[in-house]
Each structure stands twice: as structure tokens, then as C-alpha cells.
Design a protein. Structure first.
Length: 898
RNA sequence: GCCGAGGUGGCGAAAUGGUAUACGCACUAGUCUUAGGAACUAGCGUCGAAAGACAUGCGAGUUCGAGUCUCGCCCUCGGCACCA
């Protein structure tokens, strides 16, 4: 053993040993009775380099994997590559490189980085999204879904990012900005393939109950908001002109011969307060009658439609706008004739694209009515105001009353509660044929077509004779050609590769053309974690029997930014696979941990509307007393804006993990990133702190070095109570066992910062023992040996290389922890218990003194001791003791008066 | 605007309703050393000579006792954004 800690040497040695022995390779078959544990982290996109966010994610995952391994689980801990996607294609467009070569090279770099970090992966299980062996099964699933009617094609307006030249899903275009480049999204008409996620909406929502205990509440909340189930009713309003001709409107297949407009409402109980029916500008009724409208109306509709295709700027609230079309609708409950408006606040994509406007009880309708001076009629009353409302028309509402209440001015329904009225009125509508109870969702089907080269080809063939024909299973994979002309324009580059496009129809064997769009890359990440279980299967995505052993995933760890998209798709995919008979459960991830971002300071100039980042080295920064930035000036002397943003190379605030490993070692970097903050917090990277990590490892190293010989020769069985047990050794053993308990509890609670602190305390306690190897008694040596062995073993999840080396030294056996099958230490409740507890004495709730007592001392005895304490007496003498509260083993509070 | 999370030393942070500030960083003084950006020792919330007082965003409340529970504000961060 070297006297000094040389991280690089230790890390290389153990990485080699692990690789040689296949230390982290796991099997489902033939293994013992150990329980399985599937530890999964979100797979990286191979962009070229790891960033500190990856280091945080994979360090946490590895800590968990090691902990479970040492706890006797058969652990599977895999990694793979989300290697299809835009950056590879961008590189091809901009720099003429081959996306495949670019991707493979990046993977090599990043794999090397992960190996230098020493993450304990079973490397044999790697999956690569861009390799035919993997994407073959993206296509396999596509065909299976096509068979089941879960994959279909339709003409649609897609979100289009003109910067990335790509189609985006609604999720990816959330907020009107491209999720990848942040540029505004526009609309474009295209034929697109969809997966029918909506076939599973209720399950996606209801099965959350199964994972409620293992997932962060905010993630579930965001998913259910995203799915957006809302229960209400459809109500059909008959529509006519201001004259008496009914307009014909072809809705939902067009069997309706009468002109009706179906609205969706969650508040059918407010229908007597409707003052108008408001339609989206894109509504079919508007479309059907577009030629009949006056010029004013037509131009307003055209204007609103044009506005709707513009990207939304969420900073600015859009002003309500609309116009009375001249059409009239009949309220089926009251028979009242209402104007039909077009309103810019009604969205065609949600519900039916039509609403009944009830200004008294809806904020948007209220605002709309105020602006256009439409009547506002209150039909819901607070229960205690009911009587008053029966006798007067309440026109003077200052704010809409959106809460439930009691119906007023609603004929037959007066006096009913909102809850009852909702049910009864929906039933009434059914009975009279003008409506029904209904549930609508915000979630829509998943558009998977991308006009891209670097993705999995959609296995569909277009034949002039047979139409749309799926490729045969035996012809999979539909291989991507080596390369394609990358123009960076909207059409898929595959369309310009004749040998790809031109093919033979699987049905009639006549000439046919292939679909040239590729699949969204979220397809790959929806099922990769099943592929790990059986990574080389050539026939099926995976063998259901093998997957049945490993899945569901026991612990998933990844960025909180995937809370909605990836995690909903993966859940959808699992349910789809269940229905294909591949798996038997509903939910793929039993427990989910979302880590916070690693962020750093950025400096930029956004005068041009786009942020131009400056490297921190080129920026002169001024700070206040608290270290907060007060100003920043660039190289050219111009003032810069500053912020704290997610670390990345392009923003100039990235820290290179390789550099960290080179300077401090992988173990120190990993230990520190776990210690610095709770895993779910955002972490502002601070370089200075990592030295504390190294110092700690050095300290432990020196302690083992110092004691190695003495404890190697020490007695291995503890001295029994009393005889020869020194107080120092007793105290150290106590600390050791308390620490084991703390660390174990922390891991079970998925806390990674507090156990590191506990280990530091234990190391400090070893340093404080007060004896050295020359004068230590047998009892001391036993305690030190136990403390150091436990410390080193518990350090393994954070600093595995150092732990292996130190453990090998302690047990004097070169094989170390894994090879010897060492286990996580177990604590003894009895040893963890203190001999003597310091019990605070409070007088009127204020701390005044402390007394020492044996654990579990009787209340009366503790009271007696407290009153015997001189310091306590100072505060109690001459005063009336009103009450004494004794909390066993914790505290005494004496309440006095006067 | 709505929903959610959170405000504790100079900083990252810790605390089953029971000794607030563990652990680390930074800082200060000292020891050792040719040297120290190493190691070790001591100190480190504020005020105060001390006793002690005051301190967990602000204000109330419950309790013998509140960082923790309740109510009302303020601020920060995140999500959603006309979802009928």
C-alpha cells in the first residue's frame, strides 16, 4: 500500500480488475436465490461528451446499484445509447460528416468517460438505438401496433420548427417553442403517422395509483395535468340563421341532417346562464357557412385563424377577440335563442371546439362578455344567498362566481345543488336526445413521423395497386442507407435515395415506394430498458421470460425534464406490450427518482433576440458581499446579461468530467457530487467543494495506512462487556453502529448527501479515539478495525475504487470487496445505544442545563437528577414549579411561575 | 392568472413537535516544516466583558415546548397557460 493516495493508480487498477473478472455482469438464469434488483438510469444521447448532469445521474444510480449489490441482491445495472436524433443529422448538414460515424465516435468517447468514472455497468448489455439490431424492433413494434390499429396515418397540422427543419410533437412544441433549440414553432399540413396513445388515457391516469408511493408527487401531478381528463357533458344546440333557414353542418361523419353544434361543458348546471355559443374559428360549422357570412365576419374569422397559426408568446396575455356571426342557436333547456360567435379563446383542438358562454360563472366568458357587452346572468348562487337571488336579477357581478352552489333562475332546476344538477341535467339531455355525459382529454395521439434521415425508418410501403401496405416481419429491419443527400430542408433525405425509396410491394410484388419518414426518437427510449434484459435477441425485442425475471425496473433515476414526455410514452409502451402479451404488468418503473439539474453561471448578450454566450474566462464579473453577481463585462467591454442555467458546452458553463477525474479522481468527483446537495435539488456547481471530497478520501486512506498493521494482527472477536473494554473503544463502536444505521436508512430513503456526512463523522471519530497503534489495547484495536472496515464498505457506493483498495488492505487479500463477496455492514441496536445520554433541561422551554443519565432512566429519577443540578436550581429555587414534562431519553422541561 | 415546491450562518446544507446550525466549503489564529496551495490543533450565527439576550422570510395562533403543525401575508424557483 502506498503511503499516499494516488487516485488515478487505484482507479485504473480496480477498473481493470472489474473488467477482467466481469464483476458487474449479471444473469437471470441459474443464479442462486438472491432477489433481483434492476437499477436503471436514463440513457444518454451521445452528443460527444458527458456533462456534470450525467455524472450526477450515473453516480446516484451507481451508488444505488452498489448498495443493493452489497445488500445481497442480484443487481442488473445497464447502460445504452439514445443514438438517433437531430444533432447527428445537424452535423451532417453543417459539416458534411456521416451521422453514423459521428455517432459511433461520440459513443466511444462517452463510453470511455463512463469507464473512467468507474460506473459499475454490465457493458455486455449495451443497446444502440441507431444500430439495425435495435431499430429492427422499433419497426417490429410499429407493425404490431399497425395490426392492432394503434398506428394510423392522417393529414394533420403539425408543429414545425423552421430552425431545426423538423416536425415536433405537441409535447416537444410545448409553449410554442421548440424543445430543442428554443425557436418559435409554426404550423404546417402533413400526412403523419400516429400512435394511439389516447387508447390508453384512462389507464395512464388510473394506473398512477400503482406507482403513487414510488414516484415523486409532482411528476404524477404533471402527468395527470398533461392527460387532462375533464368530466362534463356534450350538449347539442340547434343552429339557424337570423332568418329561418337551418344551416347544414357536417359533423363527425356527417349523418346529422339538422344543423346542430355540439358544445362540451363541465358545468351543464350553468346552462340557463348561457348568453351565446362561441365557436373556434376553425370550427366545421364556420367552415361550412363561410361563404354566407358578411364581409366583417369573414375577415374577422380570417384574422383570428391567422393569429392562431402564429406561435404563442406566453409572456403576453392574448386579448379576447371575436365577432357575432349572425347565426343563432337554441338553448335546448330554456328554448332561448342565443347568438353564435366566433371567439379567439376557443380552441378547435380541445373538446368540440365549441363552448356555451356563461359569463356569470366562467372567467373567460366573463371577460369576453364584458368586452363585447353581452348580458351576464347569474344562475348559480351561494347557498345562503339563494333566496335573494330568486327575487332579483343579479347583473352587478364584479367577478364571475365559478364555485359550485345552488341553481337559481333555472326554471325546474331551481334550488338544486350544482352537483345534483350536473347529473340530472345530463340525464335529461340524454332522454331528450340533445346531449350526454362526456369525458374529454387534453392528451392527444402521439405523432411519430419525422422528416428526418437519422431515425428508425417507418416500415410501410405505398403501392399504386394495393395502397398502404405494411412491410413483412421477415423483411425487417428496413435498413437506413449508408448516407443521403442532407440538404437541411423539410423533406426527408430518404426521399432522395432511390435505392431506398423504390421497392417491391409485399402483397402484389409490383413496384412500390417506401415511406420516407422516420420515427420520433422517443420511440427508442420507450422500450430500451426491456432490451437490456435480453440485448442480443434477434427474433424478438426481448424474451418475455427473461424480462419477467428482471422487470419491472426497481429504481429509475433521471432528469426531471422528462417527467411528461418520455415517462408517459414509456408507460404507454408498456401497456401496449402488455396487450401484445410480452409483459404481465401495467407499470414499468416501480420507483422513480428525479434529480435536479447541475447548473452554472452563464454570461450572454441577447441584444439580437438570440442569446450569444460568452465563455466565463472572457468575462469580468463584479460581485456583492454575498458573492452574487452584480455586473458582467465581456472581452470587448460591452455589458453582458447573466444567469444560472443548465450546464452545457455551448453555454460556456460546462465542467468537463474528464478534467475533474484527471485532477481529483473519479471517486472524489462522484463522492462530492453526491454530498454537495440533496439529489432532487438544483446544484450550482462550485469547484472549490470538490477538494473537500479528496481531502476526506485522503484522510480515510491515511487512517487505514496508519492502522493497517496493528488491526491486521488484532483479535477478531470482541471482548465481552466489562473486562478490558476501554471507554474510547466503547464509544467508537457505538458511533460505528449508529453510522451503519444512519447510512442504511438513508439509502433506503434515496438520500445520498446525508450518508456521506455520516461517514465523515465516523472518520472523525476514528481520528478522535485518542490512542495510536503503539499504545492501543486489544479492545481499541477491535473497535478501530470494526470502524474502518465498516467505513470502507459503506464508502463503496460513493468511491468504489478507493473502497476496494482499502478493503483489500484491511483484510490483507488482494481480491477486494466484489471478489470476496463482502457485504454491507449490519448494525447492532444494542451497540448503537449510548451508555450515557446527555439530557437537556429546559426551564419554561428555554435550555438552561444538561444532565447525564443512563439510557432508559425512569422519569422520576430524571426529575430528581434535574432538581439536583446546580444550574437548574438557579432557575427554580424560590419559584413555584407548576409542571414537569419528562420525555424519556430526550428532554426535561420544568414549568415555573413567579 | 392557476397549480406545485421552497425561504435556516459568508456559501452548499442538517435536524421522528424536544439541545437549531450536524457534515463540508470559505475564513481566522496557532503547531510542524527549507517551503506549504500539505497535515494537524483551536475558533467561527448576531449583540455582549460576562451573565445572558436575540436568531430558521414577515405577522398571528396551537403547545410545557414550533425550523417542523394551523391561518394570513411577502419573496424565490419550477410546471401549466385561454382545456370550456
Amino acid at each position: 500500500m502506498d503511503e499516499k493516495y494516488f487516485p488515478k493508480k487505484v482507479e485504473q487498477k480496480w477498473q481493470q480488475k472489474w473488467a477482467d473478472s466481469g464483476a458487474f455482469e449479471c444473469e437471470a438464469e441459474g443464479c442462486d436465490d438472491r432477489p433481483k434488483f434492476y437499477q436503471l438510469e436514463m440513457l444518454p444521447y451521445p452528443s460527444g461528451n458527458l456533462h456534470m448532469g450525467h455524472v450526477r445521474n450515473y453516480s446516484a444510480g451507481d451508488a444505488m446499484a452498489w448498495y443493493k449489490r452489497l445488500k445481497g441482491f442480484n443487481v442488473m445495472h445497464p447502460i445504452g445509447w439514445d443514438s438517433f436524433g437531430q444533432p447527428a443529422e445537424d452535423a451532417a448538414v453543417k459539416r458534411g460528416v456521416n451521422p453514423r460515424e459521428w455517432t459511433e465516435a461520440n459513443i466511444d468517447v462517452m463510453r470511455g468517460q463512463l469507464q473512467r468514472l468507474g460506473i459499475s455497468y454490465d457493458w455486455r448489455r449495451q443497446m444502440y438505438a441507431h444500430r439495425p439490431e435495435y431499430y429492427k424492433f422499433d419497426q417490429w413494434f410499429f407493425l404490431k401496433m399497425y395490426e392492432k390499429g394503434l398506428a394510423y396515418k392522417r393529414l394533420t397540422q403539425v408543429n414545425w420548427c423552421s430552425h431545426d427543419q423538423a416536425t415536433l410533437s405537441n409535447e416537444q412544441a410545448s409553449g410554442g417553442l421548440c424543445w430543442r433549440c428554443g425557436n418559435p414553432v409554426t404550423k404546417k399540413d402533413l400526412e403523419q403517422w400516429f400512435f394511439k396513445t389516447t387508447a390508453y388515457t384512462d389507464q395512464l391516469l388510473d394506473d398512477m395509483a400503482e406507482i403513487e408511493s414510488g414516484w415523486p408527487a409532482n411528476v404524477l401531478k404533471r402527468q395527470s395535468d398533461w392527460i387532462g381528463r375533464s368530466e362534463g357533458a356534450f350538449v347539442d344546440f340547434e343552429v339557424k340563421t337570423s332568418g329561418d333557414t337551418l344551416f347544414y353542418c357536417d359533423l363527425d361523419g356527417g349523418t346529422a341532417e339538422s344543423g346542430t353544434v355540439r358544445v362540451f361543458t363541465t358545468r351543464i348546471d350553468t346552462i340557463y346562464g348561457a348568453n351565446a355559443v362561441v365557436l373556434a374559428a376553425e370550427h366545421p360549422v364556420i367552415q361550412a357557412n363561410i361563404d354566407h357570412f358578411s364581409e366583417d365576419v369573414a375577415s374577422k374569422i380570417a384574422f383570428i385563424r391567422a393569429e392562431n397559426t402564429k406561435p404563442t408568446d406566453h409572456e403576453v396575455e392574448i386579448e379576447k377577440d371575436g365577432i357575432d356571426t349572425g347565426l343563432r342557436a337554441i338553448n335546448p333547456f330554456s328554448g332561448e335563442e342565443l347568438p353564435v360567435w366566433v371567439g379567439n379563446y376557443v380552441m378547435m383542438e380541445y373538446g368540440t371546439g365549441a363552448v356555451m358562454s356563461v359569463p356569470a360563472h366562467d372567467e373567460r366568458d366573463f371577460e369576453f362578455a364584458k368586452k363585447f357587452e353581452l348580458p351576464i346572468r347569474q344562475v348559480i348562487s351561494e347557498p345562503h344567498m339563494e333566496h335573494a337571488h330568486h327575487t332579483m336579477q343579479a347583473m352587478a357581478l364584479e367577478v364571475p362566481l365559478t364555485a359550485y352552489g345552488v341553481l337559481v333562475h333555472s326554471d325546474y332546476w331551481n334550488g338544486k345543488t350544482s352537483e345534483n344538477a350536473k347529473q340530472e341535467m345530463a340525464a335529461y339531455a340524454v332522454k331528450h336526445g340533445f346531449g350526454e355525459a362526456a369525458t374529454t382529454y387534453r392528451l392527444r395521439d402521439w405523432g411519430v413521423s419525422r422528416q428526418r434521415f437519422w431515425g428508425s425508418p417507418i416500415p410501410i410501403i405505398y403501392c399504386d395497386t394495393c395502397g398502404v401496405v405494411p412491410e413483412k416481419f421477415e423483411n425487417l429491419p428496413v435498413r437506413l442507407p449508408e448516407t443521403a443527400p442532407f440538404s437541411g430542408t423539410g423533406e426527408s433525405p430518404l426521399a432522395k435515395v432511390p435505392e431506398f425509396v423504390n421497392t417491391i410491394c409485399p402483397t402484389c410484388e409490383g413496384p412500390a415506394k417506401r415511406e420516407t419518414d422516420t420515427m420520433d426518437t422517443f420511440v427508442d427510449s420507450s422500450w430500451y430498458y426491456f432490451r437490456y434484459t435480453d440485448a442480443t435477441n434477434e427474433v424478438l425485442p426481448f424474451d418475455p421470460e427473461i424480462a419477467a425475471y428482471w422487470t419491472p425496473v426497481d429504481q429509475y433515476i433521471g432528469g426531471d425534464d422528462h417527467a411528461v414526455m418520455h415517462l408517459i410514452y414509456a408507460r404507454f409502451w408498456t401497456k401496449m406490450m402488455r396487450d401484445l402479451g410480452l409483459v404481465t404488468f401495467n407499470e414499468p418503473f416501480k420507483r422513480l427518482l428525479t434529480q435536479g439539474m447541475v447548473v452554472g453561471e452563464t454570461f450572454f448578450d441577447d441584444a439580437t433576440g438570440k442569446k450569444i454566450y460568452h465563455m466565463p474566462g472572457d468575462v469580468t464579473v463584479t460581485r456583492d458581499g454575498k458573492g452574487k453577481i452584480t455586473g458582467a463585462v465581456g472581452k470587448d467591454g460591452g455589458a453582458l446579461k447573466y444567469g444560472i442555467e443548465r450546464m452545457s458546452k455551448s453555454k460556456g458553463n460546462g465542467v468537463d468530467p474528464d478534467e475533474m477525474v484527471e485532477i481529483y479522481g473519479a471517486d472524489a468527483a462522484r463522492l462530492f457530487i453526491m454530498f454537495a446537495a440533496p439529489i432532487e435539488n438544483e446544484l450550482v456547481w462550485n469547484e472549490a467543494g470538490i477538494e473537500g471530497g479528496v481531502r476526506f478520501l485522503q484522510r480515510v486512506w491515511r487512517q487505514v495506512y496508519k492502522w493497517r498493521t496493528a488491526i491486521g494482527e488484532a483479535e477478531r472477536t470482541p471482548l465481552v462487556n466489562g473486562e478490558g473494554v476501554t471507554p474510547a473503544s466503547r464509544k467508537l463502536r457505538q458511533k460505528t453502529h449508529q453510522t451503519i444505521k444512519r447510512v442504511t436508512d438513508s439509502f433506503e430513503a434515496l438520500q445520498f448527501n446525508t450518508p456521506v456526512a455520516a461517514l465523515m463523522e465516523l472518520s472523525n471519530a476514528v481520528g478522535d479515539i485518542g490512542v495510536d497503534p503503539t499504545n492501543a489495547t486489544e479492545s481499541d484495536l477491535f473497535a478501530v478495525r470494526e470502524a474502518l472496515t465498516s467505513l470502507v464498505l459503506m464508502l463503496t457506493p460513493f468511491a468504489p475504487h478507493t473502497a476496494e483498495e482499502l478493503y483489500a488492505v484491511i483484510i490483507d487479500n488482494e481480491d477486494g470487496i466484489v471478489a470476496n463477496g463482502a457485504c454491507f455492514p449490519e448494525y447492532s441496536e444494542g451497540l448503537a445505544k449510548a451508555d450515557e445520554i446527555e439530557i437537556p433541561v429546559q426551564i419554561n422551554g428555554k435550555l438552561r442545563s444538561r444532565i447525564l443519565a443512563a439510557p432508559d432512566t425512569a422519569d422520576e429519577e430524571l426529575q430528581r437528577m434535574a432538581f439536583a443540578d446546580a444550574k437548574t436550581r438557579e432557575f427554580t429555587d424560590g419559584k413555584e414549579v407548576v409542571k414537569v414534562i419528562v420525555v424519556p431519553n430526550r428532554l426535561i422541561n420544568i414549568v415555573v411561575k413567579g
